[in-house]
Design a protein around this ligand. Structure first.
Ligand SMILES: [Zn+2]
Length: 115
């Protein structure tokens, strides 16, 4: 991934609505935002973020210590855990809860089968 940041500026009030590059939600006109001018794979782009989303992105980059690739909407607004990671974490928790449930139920079932 070839990404070069040219300029960052904070905008007090955006004039027209734009999608946020992080959460894909609309940045409503009149609200604050962060605008980044970047060159992505040789192409100039002007990208907008909610302020809390650019903070979440920076936290995520710092945490993974690697190139971060994402699509707008992979992460919730202001969140640094993607919907996919959140689903996986919740799935693990569900499975763990099921295991705990099963070990509690197991001796009871044994008694039923071998009284
Ligand atoms: Zn956002």
């Amino acid at each position: 991934m070839d990404l070069r940041l040219l300029r960052t500026r904070r905008i007090k009030a955006v004039r027209r609505e734009r999608p946020c590059m992080w959460c894909a939600e609309v940045i409503v006109s009149g609200s604050s935002a962060v605008n980044e001018a970047v060159v992505f794979e040789g192409e100039f782009r002007s990208e907008y973020y909610h302020e809390e989303c650019v903070a979440a992105r920076d936290r995520t980059v710092k945490r993974i210590k690697d190139d971060l690739e994402w699509s707008p909407g992979d992460y919730p607004r202001g969140g640094d855990e993607s919907y996919e990671d959140q689903w996986e974490r919740e799935e693990m928790e569900r499975r763990r809860a099921d295991c705990e449930l099963n070990t509690e139920v197991f001796p009871v079932e044994l008694r039923v089968i071998w009284p």
